[in-house]
Write a protein that binds this ligand. Structure first.
Ligand code: PRE
Length: 399
């Protein structure tokens, strides 16, 4: 009896033990033995990295009934170069073989991937999720933290969350949540954000007395809203504001949201591109349970967080580890350490001095597969009191 082994790529079982679909690790093998009655079945069993090894087993009675089974016959026929029985037309529907170039989130269509975002349909975060995975199932979450938990609990595969905006600055809440949760950054999305002023059909913008939106969106439209002289009210997300205006029927209340939100909730667009600068870009992070394998053949970014010893010039030294290796920093953010907000330093002349204690978040332009990045972090570790790599991931260079 002949025994053969095939390498199969990317058989893909949503919600059941699949790891980060941002990367497909090479070489999980389909081992099968062909028997005379050709009634082999494939058995799925979890292996490292969350992929599934598909093992042919015989006899069928030996199978664990709890494990899902897949008919092997079409693959047997295909392997033997035979005309598969009545299955020729279905071959196109078989999973496409994945290659190493499928690593980038934007290179894949993301079909069947479930991606959590904060807000309701029509939110910019939903648009970011769809930019990263065009055919994904975008799953709305009421809060940022719910999106983190949805990934951790395997309810979804990924989360796409805003981290900074070119006009409004950092979304601090997500910096804090990155540290509190154990997810990995596997990609980023740069999204052009064009805000519209929305109102009920028939309403003119001069009739508006108050405007609702996400605080970031209100901040990005500061000038327009000041000129209109409206009262601003913060809500959880831009599309939620549009939904509220539509449901409330209030003619004096408008929303700052996307054109898509206007379409979804049946509102009129009273003004377009109302942000303070026409170039308004929000950067989102793609989070997953597993990290991706960093590469050097395309532009990568790495995000880290660390704390430092107290002392003169320590932050300068920390930044120098990158400058010395000609690594470009793209972002630096500091956040107070909640568990240890104050540091008391004994100063013999004036008594004890108190300092805020900070966490430093840095993004730099290098992959963790690049020896320069490895050496820089080795160097940083010599005087950092804590250091964590949040992720090393392909840069989004397409707006
Ligand atoms: O409220 C939304 O639509 C969001 O997706 C959130 C959010 C943000 O938090 O920054 C995303 C993009 C824009 O910058 C405005 C708001």
């Amino acid at each position: 009896m002949a025994s053969k082994a095939l390498v199969v790529w990317g058989s893909y079982v949503p919600h059941v033990g699949r790891g980060d679909s941002g990367i497909w690790r090479p070489g999980f093998a389909l081992n099968w033995q062909k028997d005379s009655d050709r009634s082999c079945k494939l058995r799925c069993c979890g292996v490292s990295g969350g992929l599934f090894a598909l093992l042919a087993t015989k006899p069928v009675e030996d199978e664990d009934p709890a494990l899902p089974t897949v008919e092997l016959q079409p693959l047997v026929d295909q392997y033997e170069n035979k005309e598969p029985r009545s299955l020729q037309k279905d071959l196109n529907s078989l999973p496409r073989p994945l290659s190493i170039t499928d690593l980038s989130p934007s290179a894949r269509d993301g079909s069947k991937v479930r991606v959590a975002y904060q807000g309701v349909p029509g939110a910019y975060s939903e648009a970011a999720a769809l930019k990263a995975y065009p055919r994904c199932e975008a799953v709305p979450c009421d809060q940022f933290e719910a999106a983190f938990k949805a990934v951790e609990l395997w309810l979804v595969d990924k989360a796409v969350l805003p981290i900074e905006n070119s006009l409004g600055g950092s979304i601090h809440r997500n910096y804090d949540l990155l540290l509190r949760h154990r997810l990995h950054i596997v990609g980023e999305v740069q999204l052009a954000v064009n805000h519209c002023l929305l109102g009920l059909p028939g309403v003119r913008k001069e009739e508006l007395k108050r405007v609702l939106s996400h605080p970031q969106a209100l901040a990005q439209c500061e000038n327009t809203l000041s000129t209109l002289g409206v009262v601003r009210e913060s809500v959880d997300d831009t599309a939620g504001a549009a939904q509220f205006v539509a449901a409330s029927g209030l003619r004096d209340t408008g929303a700052v949201a996307s054109a898509r939100a206007a379409e979804i909730y049946g509102l009129n667009i009273l003004a377009e591109k109302i942000q303070d600068d026409p170039e308004n870009i929000t950067r989102f992070l793609i989070l997953a349970r597993e990290p991706i394998i960093p590469r050097t053949d395309r532009p990568f970014k790495t995000s880290i967080v660390f704390t430092l010893e107290e002392g003169p010039g320590v932050l300068f030294k920390a930044l120098a580890v990158f400058a010395l290796r000609e690594i470009n920093l793209t972002k630096i953010e500091s956040r107070p350490q909640r568990k240890r907000p104050l540091r008391v330093v004994d100063d013999s002349n004036t008594g004890s001095a108190k300092y805020f204690d900070y966490l430093f978040y840095i993004d730099f332009e290098a992959s963790m597969a690049d020896p320069r990045a490895q050496n820089a972090l080795g160097n940083l570790q010599e005087f950092a009191t804590f250091l964590r790599v949040l992720g090393s991931y392909p840069m989004d260079t397409v707006l």
